[in-house]
Ligand binder design. Sequence first.
Ligand code: GLA
Length: 379
Amino acid sequence: MVRYTPPLGWNSWNTFGWDINEELIMSTADKMVEEGLLDAGYEYLVIDDCWAEDERDENGRLVPDRNKFPHGMKYIADYVHSKGLKFGMYSCDGYLTCAGFPASYQYEFIDAETFASWGVDFLKYDNCNRPATVPAKLLYHRMALALRNTGRDIMFSACNWGVEDVKEWIKETGSNMWRSTGDIVDSWESIKDIHYLQLDYQPYNGLGCFNDMDMLVVGMNGKGNVSMGGCTYSEYKTHFSLWCMLNSPLMLGCDIRNMSDETKKIVLNKDLIKINQDPAGCQPMLLQGFKNGNHDQVFIWAKQLENGDIAIGIFNLQDEQRLSYIGFDVLGLNRSCGVKLKFTDLWSHEEAVYKDGFKVLVPAHDCFVWRCKLLPMDV
Ligand code: GLA
């Protein structure tokens, strides 16, 4: 089954890395429901790397780590499903995963069948430790085919970090998402770097196959596997808003068992999630920012929405505040169109109506995202 909007969920890697186990996964499943994350759309619970024993069994099958997952993976999958969530796992197209556990090269069909028999609904497929002579394209094609032949509906999440021209061929595999960047870390610099990379990728992002900007670091606050000092509230808010505007999958990476009120305010912003999940899946349009040699660090993105509204976001990635003018002519609108725009701020919920444009003061590292409704000029 193709999923037309970007997948939402949680992944173990950013916070927990190697330190995963049955109790963590089951209590995370509980919290996804209790905290309202599932209701907000976060439905996939994904175990990343470091879940397997070092050796396959006598039939060549992957074996879950007996200490971390003493009841095996079907047990976990059943529990996750009993909560109304979907269950995701991780493998890699090489001999070993990135963290050095057995991976699926030359075992693709056996592993796909194993995952299906456990009740897996989502597979993140990494790109480490593979033979240099075999192109990634063939290996992603091969695993996609293996998954499809299990007869189970398993979402394929390709993770080859944007290399080997993945954007050109990934849709051939039917993959639902493709990682366009190296690994995120919990720092403002990392968020900015990943955003810059996306400017040339937008034309390749679309319905059913989304450009994955990597798991979210919102709420990590400097703690966990990929922590690098953490970010401020405004920086996490800007990070989340960018990932929503640019149609990235939204995979939480913090410890959701201990979310602060600020973290919940960000990741449970249903108006922002609606922008990310808009059924039209239009790629956003860059109205201002760093492109073709223009080094402006204040970006304005706009995205047409299915009901005729427009989402507009302004993102100040520089270190000083900026007074910016947002003129509607760059959206293709002018007085001859006979419309004005009603702006609803998706963070403060304030509303305002403008005719041709308006000025806004954006604090450093902060953003505004509005949902804009077209109204007849004379109303
Ligand atoms: C790679 C991926 C990460 C994570 C680790 C696990 O670095 O890009 O997202 O899955 O491997 O080892």
